[in-house]
Design a protein around this ligand. Structure first.
Ligand code: SAM
Length: 203
């Protein structure tokens, strides 16, 4: 996966590539799809949700520019795979999932793998997780119609936020970076995610 899918598509950051080498993706994939664990596409994880394609997980992680000391917020825990990749790189990650069964399964998987720097909450992640804010980086792994202002408020000065923005069928990966009170914006191209549902997402 690392040599054939990520490096040829210009994923370069050693911290990201090493995290991919360490995290056993098959543990996050339903048993009947384990043969496809390292294939170059998203897979269903139940409840009409998906574990994202490895390249997209890598690209989103790389855009955050993580160095190791950060506190990160993830919205959309899903299988917990993206959570584990980030947990390999940073000190603390907080993750919010709205579907109880997925959050419980992810919690079990991450515990079995020995992660101690992850906190999971069940709820509407479009509101963020105020208690532990501000965050150095925020990653939203479901498609939003617009940028939830609640998340921007919970982002540190100089923090970065990556989110797929668009309609229900196609989106663009947009990176926001806070700089001296302003928001810098970069577009990382087209993608397709399941919807971000909630107060500041799709109703
Ligand atoms: N990052 C995940 C992984 O590695 O498996 C994939 C996430 S999946 C593409 C998107 C997830 O976002 C789904 O599990 C979905 O239930 C969740 N989601 C959608 N709206 C949400 C919300 N408002 N708050 C929290 N989670 C949400």
């Amino acid at each position: 996966m690392v040599e054939e899918q990520l490096i040829p598509r210009a994923i370069k950051e050693p911290l990201v590539l090493n995290a991919f080498r360490k995290v056993p993706r098959e543990k996050f994939v339903p048993f009947e799809r384990r043969d496809n664990s390292y294939d170059d596409f998203p897979l269903p994880i139940g409840e009409e949700q998906t574990i994202s394609q490895p390249y997209i997980v890598a690209l989103m992680t790389e855009t955050l520019g993580l160095k190791g000391r950060e506190k990160v917020l993830e919205i959309g825990t899903g299988s917990g795979y993206q959570t584990a990749i980030i947990a390999e790189i940073v000190e603390e990650i907080y993750t919010v999932e709205r579907i109880i069964s997925l959050a419980q399964r992810a919690k079990k998987t991450l515990k079995e793998l020995g992660y101690t720097n992850i906190k999971i909450k069940i709820g509407d992640g479009t509101e963020g997780w105020k208690e532990f804010s501000p965050y150095d980086a925020i990653i939203v792994t479901a498609a939003a119609p617009k940028l939830p202002q609640s998340l921007i408020k919970q982002l540190n000065e100089s923090g970065r936020l990556i989110i797929p923005l668009g309609n229900l069928y196609s989106q663009e990966l947009i990176l926001y970076e806070k700089k001296k009170g302003k928001l810098m914006i970069r577009n990382f191209g087209g993608c397709r995610f399941v919807p971000l549902r909630g107060e500041h997402g799709w109703k």
